[in-house]
Design a protein around this ligand. Structure first.
Ligand code: 6A9
Length: 778
């Protein structure tokens, strides 16, 4: 099976797909499944966007204009600088219904959508968007108008036809029409009782990711020439982009209806009327009722929590599902030609691939992140198993021949336009915790506990059979490339051992970025979290293998690997510190490091003042004494026997206010750590060095719950801490949501204030599972 050198040069291993049938090619993801998920709000980076799950789709989106300090501002791509006081999906079912609220200055926009397939509809069915604009007592007495811009763009370059040169929607509601191979003929209609003025511009360009600029420039030139904020009603020949300006007085409501399969006898007229006006109102109401009922059925919060919290729980699942995107493109993989020179140009393109995935944050990180996705799926599978399997399948299909999956997925021009150059390249030496395996084990447990119908169980089993070779390769990738010197030891490879600017060289692979590790990266390192991830992965593999009846192949005895890694004595020998009762990383380390300002030569005759690291003592091989999330991994992985005094020690570390406990959840790093809240470089403020993160708190809570149910002397203690921690987390996320209008990436450990990225409805949405007390079983 040797690849000959010529072959190798043409297609280097790092960009060679894993040689096995794709999971997403399974029959369960074709047919009706595929069609029902064809159209959706799969453009999470814009305030409202629609597209189909196909590489070159017809896409739709919304922009609007606000005036601030006498200037016009265009809203389109989710941006913090727009300072919306809130926005997000208050409900969304991931399939055919959603309701979003956006508050921009004194204007409240609501976008609802509904998908519907009926007799005559083309592939994927029809859909409608209702846009409602209200004003809460506007500031000046001037009659207030709103300008909405709704666009369609064909990524495939097909020309879009204009309904008519002079658009008068009360005469004729047709705005545009066209033809595509996927859906056949289609039409876009505008239906409203309001007195609306409609203008348009048609453009022909392949650069669809620059739509905001295109429209803005078009408007600005009109404004200059005619002092009118109005698109010029010009249509370039064979335009593949059509923008409609819909202007009217607030309050305003308008329905935009898209129908496909518009051939003869396809009941177009009737279908449009079904998706507009009173009929749309009724259907949206019905869908809202269904959503609420499914929410209660799934999470059963009604008897547990107040309505303020339930609202937040609904926003958690709504935003998680509403944030699901579809991306298509090629990752850029770093292949340094000269290891001493860092360059953004030395890269290879991964194969063109599709990714259907949830995203951590619409304005900040509207793209896929590997370990975030496992946390997202812990929530999503409980809502919609099929969406979840489809997403996990897409991720595993991104694996290369070495069993590696790129951590951050920046696919396509739109995704790329959001990422600074220095973050684009992916490094094939870098991993990310295999959280997706936890999701699969959850499903295996679900089957064992009869949580699924027979059909669903079969689908899961078929999925796992197809996925198994990939999971094995993934496991092997970790087990070989990330192993340490001693048996059963691992460390996150790829830390920079030559940096002079970092107080503590980051371990981005771990997902915990700047969480302090050994001060001097070497091959002697042992990372506690990775060791525990390996245990969890081996254990999951073992239960998956058991379910699908895979005979153990030599060298792949997951059960015995799990046994080795869960051996309490070995763990303690390698990682336990008796003096503090805590578990630590091991490595070449000194506590005596600091950042100080120095003259650093750049070139031959120029010096810069920079913050550089000073090492005041020779590092030695030893345990790395930072108590924090990493220390708690043996507790998270449930290696500690319920009767051990070491369990009590962990409970003490958790509940001690001078160490990890706060009223808002557990700190990422102990107050007593030498790097607590320390900057890592001139430009990097502390990240995983203090603030409260919901994903790890969820895992710790999960274990507290576990130990509160196991027989043992510390059972009640675990229970009490569990109750209080759960309560604190819920209270703080709920309060922040109501005060600020958003979920946050992290929460400040002193006041509980949300910080980092806003609209972070990724793993922070796990608060809903915390509300429902639903945890992963092991
Ligand atoms: C920066 C800047 C507009 C960092 O949630 C995604 C990841 C986590 O996987 C990881 O554990 N976040 C956490 O430590 C955010 C990562 C952002 C990196 C890219 C680009 C773009 O600014």
């Amino acid at each position: 099976h040797l690849i000959n050198p010529a072959e190798e040069a043409r297609s280097p291993r790092v960009v060679t797909p894993f040689p096995a049938p794709k999971i997403t090619d399974l029959p369960q993801f074709q047919g009706e499944h595929k069609e029902t998920l064809y159209w959706g709000t799969y453009r999470p980076h814009v305030y409202f966007g629609f597209r189909a799950r196909t590489p070159r789709s017809l896409i739709a989106g919304l922009m609007w204009i606000v005036i601030k300090d006498g200037r016009y501002f265009m809203r389109h791509v989710c941006q913090d600088s727009d300072e919306l006081s809130t926005y997000g999906w208050t409900s969304h079912n991931g399939r055919d219904f959603g309701h979003q609220l956006l508050v921009d200055q004194d204007m409240t926009l609501a976008t609802s959508f509904l998908k519907y397939k009926e007799d005559g509809s083309g592939y994927g069915g029809d859909w409608a968007v209702r846009i409602n604009v209200q004003s809460q007592g506007w500031k000046n007495e001037m009659q207030k108008n709103v300008h909405l811009f709704f666009y369609l763009a064909d990524e495939d370059g097909n020309a879009l036809s204009l309904g008519s040169d002079i658009l008068d929607i009360h005469e004729n509601s047709l705005l545009a029409s066209g033809l595509r191979t996927d859906i056949g003929g289609w039409q876009l209609h505008l239906k409203s009782k309001a007195d609306l003025e409609v203008h348009y511009s048609g453009f022909r360009t392949p650069h669809i990711h620059n739509l905001s600029d295109l429209v803005q420039e078009n408007l600005a030139s009109q404004l200059l020439r005619f002092s009118q904020l109005q698109l010029p009603d010009i249509y370039q020949s064979s335009s593949n982009i059509l923008v409609f300006q819909i202007s009217g007085r607030i309050p305003l409501e308008t329905d935009i209806v898209f129908v496909s399969g518009t051939g003869i006898n396809s009941r177009v007229e009737e279908r449009i009327n079904n998706l507009a006006g009173i009929s749309l109102t009724n259907r949206l109401k019905e869908k809202q009722r269904e959503f609420d009922a499914k929410f209660e059925n799934c999470f059963q919060l009604a008897d547990k929590l107040d309505s303020k919290s339930i609202t937040v729980g609904k926003a958690a699942i709504g935003n998680m599902l509403g944030g699901i995107g579809y991306f298509y493109g090629q990752s850029k993989i770093s292949v340094p030609r000269n290891p001493d020179v860092k360059s953004h140009d030395d890269f290879l393109l991964y194969w063109p691939a599709e990714l259907y995935t949830a995203v951590p944050s619409r304005p900040f990180f509207p793209r896929g992140f590997l370990w975030d996705e496992g946390f997202h799926q812990l929530l999503i599978w409980r809502w919609d198993l099929h969406i979840s399997l489809d997403i996990v399948g897409h991720w595993l299909d991104l694996m290369n021949i070495d069993g590696w999956i790129p951590r951050e997925q920046i696919l396509g021009a739109e995704a790329l336009s959001k990422v600074p150059a220095e973050f684009v390249l992916q490094h094939s030496s870098n991993g990310n915790p295999p959280t997706l395996i936890l999701v699969l084990r959850d499903l295996v447990n679900g089957i064992k506990k009869n949580k699924f119908t027979a059909i669903e169980s079969n689908e899961i089993i078929t999925f796992l059979r197809q996925a198994f070779v990939r999971l094995e390769a993934w496991f092997q990738w970790f087990n070989t490339t990330q192993s340490g010197k001693d048996i059963g030891s691992y460390y996150w490879h790829g830390r920079d051992n030559s940096t002079i600017r970092e107080l503590n060289p980051k371990a981005l692979s771990s997902g915990l970025d700047d969480y302090p590790r050994a001060s001097h990266p070497t091959e002697d390192e042992r990372h506690l979290d990775l060791r525990c991830w390996m245990l969890l992965a081996a254990d999951c593999m073992d239960s998956i293998a058991g379910l699908i009846d895979k005979e153990n192949k030599p060298g792949k005895e997951y059960g015995s690997t799990a046994k080795l890694l869960s051996d309490f004595d070995t763990l303690n020998k390698m990682h336990f510190d008796h003096a503090s009762g805590a578990y630590f990383d091991f490595g070449n380390h000194t506590e005596k490091v600091r950042l100080s300002w120095k003259e650093v030569m750049v070139g031959n005759n120029h010096a810069n003042r920079e913050l550089v690291r000073e090492v005041l003592e020779r590092p030695e091989l030893k345990l790395v004494p930072h108590v924090g999330y990493v220390s708690l991994f043996p507790f998270i992985a449930r290696i500690i026997p319920p009767e051990s005094w070491i369990l009590e020690k962990q409970l003490d570390l958790i509940s001690n206010r001078s160490i990890l406990w706060t009223n808002y959840g557990l700190r990422s790093l102990a107050k007593t750590s030498s790097l607590y809240m320390k900057r890592n470089t001139q430009h990097d403020p502390p990240y995983w060095r203090g603030p409260v993160w919901v994903n790890i708190n969820y895992m710790i809570l999960s274990s507290l719950r576990h130990y509160s149910l196991e027989n043992g002397p510390y059972r009640d203690k675990a229970r009490a801490i569990y109750d209080e921690l759960r309560h604190n987390l819920i209270r703080n996320v709920v309060e922040n949501y109501h005060q600020t209008g958003f979920f946050w990436e992290q929460y400040d450990q002193k006041q509980g204030k949300g910080k980092g990225a806003r609209v972070f409805s990724g793993w922070t949405s796990l608060v809903l599972l915390i509300m429902a007390e639903v945890y992963t079983e092991m």
